[in-house]
Design a protein. Sequence first.
Length: 100
Amino acid sequence: MCIFSSRNLGFNELENVPVEVGELLNLESLSLERNNLIGLPSTISSLRNLRFLNLRQNNITSINVGDFSRLTLLTNLNLDGNPLMDPVFGSLKKNGQVKM
């Protein structure tokens, strides 16, 4: 069991997030800004306590919205600076739930 509530993995030139991220069950804040990510593993949906997710300035073109539907406590999702092509996030942006 993970006792971490916050992880900052920004500025590490990561190209992917290991599937094991889903084992960090107590995680409330995860910053992955300014890496080289193109997507996220589906195990991200296991982070039920996640409130803040910073994915700013990566290379993410699409995200499986279904993975985020289980993150009911997520209040801050920053996707600013990604070449997202998924129009689903447009409605979330209008509601202030997603920063793009």
